[in-house]
Design a protein around this ligand. Sequence first.
Ligand code: B12
Ligand code: SF4
Length: 499
Amino acid sequence: MNILLLYPQYPETFWSFKYALKFVSKRAVNPPLGLMTISSILPESWKKKLIDLNVEKLREKDILWADYVFISAMNIQEKSVHEIIDRCKHLEKKVVCGGPLFTEEPEKFENQVDHLILNEAEQTLPQFLNDLKEGKLKPIYQTDQFADLKNTPTPDYSLIRMSKYNTMSIQLTRGCPFNCEFCDITALFGHKVRIKSADQILKELEAIYQSGWRKSVFFVDDNFIGNKKILKSTILPAIIQWMEAKKYPFSFLTEASINLANDEELMNLMEKAGFNSVFIGIETTELSSLKECGKTQNMRLDLKQSVFKIQKKGMEVMGGFILGFDSDPVSIFQKQIDFIRETGIISAMVGLLNAPKKTKLYNRLKKENRIINNFTGNNTDLSINFLPKMDKKILLEGYKKVIKGIYDGKAYYHRVKDFIKRFTPNPRVKHRPGFIYLIGFFRIFTRLGIADTYRNEYWNLFFWTLFNRPKLMPLALTYSVYGYHFRKIFKDFFEEKNR
Ligand code: B12
Ligand code: SF4
């Protein structure tokens, strides 16, 4: 049996890092771990080929080779999903779909594809395989049971062209104990934090290591610290031992809730394991809005001090922020700008509140007759799928003001310099500038140092870092490139300003 695993194209968005990746000749940030995982669930004797359309083109001969085409996607990839389905159907191929987009909105695809295999593949794919053997396939496979991750196989890292990605992915846990109203994670993966064993995770790290990878690895957990007890007693000590034995071949990044800042022991262990970056959903500085969305864990702490505490442990904090809560006052826009500037959060993902299906927010707004559209999957494209309480015009103008306030070249370089002045990166994490980075350096020099409007700010940061914190030069250059990407993504907002 020949199985073609396809990961559709996503648009240029904040997290695509498309304009930054070009500097280092990479095509995508992360590989499609979902497809790599399901490949390991399929019978070993089957032939599998993975094409990530963000990395390479899908050729007709690849489709013709396949007996079945398996597609995985998030909402944001929907346009590309439809194009792929059309191409496959035109060539009379059987199409099977799974992943967050289909699990959340199966009704959209029911009549378009042959089989929907929803929820976690560990649960539903074996049923499909069994029915295939018995010749009685059903159009849809779904379950309300969550998988025991102890049975999840090691993802097949040999399926991807690693050199085309910036970061490798690995997953330790699924699920989150919290209850944020706008978040679909608990609907997709549940409240109970399910966790792999230390042996499993070491096997996966070993697989990445044996493939020759020596850079950053992203623990793609919904909330890495969802089960602190096991993390501290078993998992992190095992990872630390492995990393020490291998002489720190990777640096790690992950997603965690802000209560990480409350746990000195956990932060120390993460630092020792080689974590140098954490994404945290900060959402808003407005207490009433935090209360409204049920993000109580953020109400119990001083958010600014918490960010500082984590940064002091050598971990950069990337932050998620949301505008458009019912309780947001108009002063929120300036408050968000100030918070991001003062905390030195370089990658601040500020999005407009949206209500994906299956969230508690969607259900509440539906009852209030406020849902007006489907969620586009992109919360930075000025779309909102419900009627906000704040005047929509004021909200959108305020949103643009925040983006300009933090990503305008001058403000951005200023924030980077402030951060670099006080940041001490995790000493265990090594930067290995290889050939690709020399190319990157040349591109940065020409694009940011000569052609860019903010070249003066760039050189100011460059020379300041060179003379004051030379060891942080790779970080300064990386942030310069990120800034270029963010300005490109939000270019329409900036062009509006200049008109
Ligand atoms: C890593 C990650 C990213 C990475 C890389 C994405 C990638 N290449 O995979 C980055 C940082 C780039 C990213 C970006 C975004 N992401 Co993201 N991301 C994740 C994260 C944390 C992990 C994904 C992962 O690798 N999971 C591990 C694998 C094993 O799980 P899985 O893919 O779900 O696969 C399992 C099942 O779904 C199923 N399955 C999956 N595919 C298939 C296919 C078939 C055929 C079958 C049978 C089964 C099946 O079986 C698998 C095993 O159980 C998830 C959260 C999560 N827990 O999954 C969010 C998540 C996928 N992202 C999400 C979102 C919204 C985004 C953004 C749109 C955010 C934004 N506002 O900009 C951007 C868009 C990206 C872009 N370029 O435009 C949402 C998607 C919601 C949705 N309904 O579509 C999620 C679920 C998080 C959330 N709730 O907010 N993301
Ligand atoms: S803490 Fe993060 S993952 Fe957990 S429910 Fe809230 S937003 Fe979702």
